[in-house]
Design a protein around this ligand. Structure first.
Ligand code: PMT
Length: 402
């Protein structure tokens, strides 16, 4: 998890330095605190102001500046970091740190750092494959430096080969996975998550659905995987890549979701109902396409079974977490659902507003349980899911969950 992780990002001078700006944005969106150190040549590619604005912290360039004017000092800066990431890492900075040179701030910080160090190399393919570069890489690997990339592809110089810096999202994901989860108490447990919308067919070509993209549910599943749980994800139709490391069951209708969840609920420890399940489905699904006609068209609906209530109503229910999507009176409705469905916890979010909720990258949650509540402000769904899973782990372990 990147939440509250302190990332010291070293930017060295290459054309890929512009990608480091997006990296800072993504790291912060994941909940990390970021401080940026640039080499003199990196400043030729991207302005320090860009990194200052994106990181929300001063940017460090020269050793004398850091030690003279700033309370941090280079040793304190190195100590501050939970992880040192150099991206892009040029052949030059890799050669310097492989040989213990400390003639600028970034190479000095590498020497002073006691935290894990990762590099994301970026250079021309011939420079990458040069034996001396490969020797430096081998040396750095021996010293415990982690390598993220580089990737194969077309390069700024027009050549094609190995040497492109990995995409910021991939670097972020790698770092996230490598720095490990700090959530305790869910390792080895079976967690069942529902996600996405359902589709209720009207005829062979039409269906009723809602605006759920599945992003929240998939983020919850990913966070549970990172926490070491065995995750089964029951998903309605979405356009998202399947999370790596979980069992994925694809369904379409609320009825299918009910069957898929109920057949697994008795053997899971935690159920998290993130899916936006249709409350109603048409009484009759027409065998042929409904034809256009004059006047009004009436369709009768019947209530679908409530999956969440059915899971919570089992003789030996798992720790059951519901979601509540509300357009008004959020707390009142969420607390009502917590009681009526006899849940252990409910995570309420606003929908139909400008930010958060359906099909947005971000969300905010107000979580309720008997005797407590916690608010998480608007943030990336992946970071929010991490917080939620941490809270679920705490509540699951607490003796007074009933
Ligand atoms: O998918 P995204 O685009 O990322 O959007 C995320 C989200 C807004 C869909 C998500 O955060 C969310 O709020 N999910 C619950 C949506 C919902 O159906 O809320 P509800 O208040 O109508 O239902 C309450 C709970 O009952 C939910 O846990 C729901 O899964 C469950 N339910 C509802 C009806 C039903 N027949 N069976 C159920 O299990």
């Amino acid at each position: 998890m990147m939440i509250d992780k302190r990332v010291l990002l070293g930017v060295s001078g290459g054309i890929a330095a512009y990608k480091a700006a997006e990296l800072v944005r993504l790291l912060r969106a994941q909940g990390a605190e970021v401080r940026v150190v640039m080499t003199e040549s990196a400043v030729q590619f991207v302005s320090p102001l860009t990194f200052q604005a994106l990181s929300g912290n001063p940017v460090y360039i020269s050793l004398t500046e850091v030690d003279a004017g700033n309370a941090m000092g280079h040793i304190n800066l190195a100590r501050w970091a939970d992880v040192l990431l150099i991206a892009p890492a040029t052949a030059n900075i890799m050669a310097k740190i492989a040989h213990g040179l400390a003639d600028d701030l970034l190479s000095t910080l590498y020497l002073a750092a006691t935290c894990p160090v990762y590099v994301a190399p970026a250079m021309n393919q011939a420079m990458w494959s040069k034996p001396v570069t490969q020797e430096n890489i081998a040396k750095l690997r021996q010293h415990g430096v982690g390598f993220i990339g580089p990737e194969q592809g077309s390069q700024a110089c027009g050549e094609i080969g190995l040497g492109r810096m990995s995409e910021p999202a991939d670097i972020c994901a790698y770092l996230d996975a490598s720095t490990g989860s700090e959530v305790q108490g869910l390792q080895g447990l079976r967690i069942l998550v529902s996600a996405g919308p359902t589709r209720e067919p009207l005829d062979p070509v039409r269906y009723l659905t809602n605006r759920s993209s599945g992003k929240m549910g998939y983020a919850v599943a990913n966070a549970a995987i990172r926490a070491g749980a065995h995750v089964t994800l029951v998903s309605g139709p979405v356009a998202l890549p399947p999370p790596v490391g979980c069992e994925l069951i694809n369904v379409e209708t609320a009825g299918q979701m009910y069957e898929a969840v109920m057949s697994r609920a008795t053997v899971c420890h935690v159920y998290i109902g993130t899916a936006a399940v249709a409350d109603y489905s048409p009484v009759v699904v027409q065998a042929e396409k409904i034809k256009k006609q004059d006047g009004l068209l009436s369709i009768s609906f019947q209530k679908n079974k409530d999956i969440l209530a059915a899971v919570a109503g089992l003789d030996a229910p798992p720790f059951t977490v519901g979601f509540a999507a509300e357009t008004d009176a959020l707390e009142q409705y969420a607390r009502g659902k917590l009681e009526q469905k006899n849940l252990d916890m409910i995570a309420a979010n606003w929908v139909g507003r400008e930010q958060g909720g359906f099909d947005s990258e971000q969300n905010a949650l107000h979580v309720f349980w008997r005797g407590g509540e916690k608010k998480f402000p608007l943030m990336e769904k992946s970071a929010l899911a991490g917080h939620l899973i941490e809270l679920i782990a705490q509540r699951f372990q607490s003796a007074d969950r009933a």
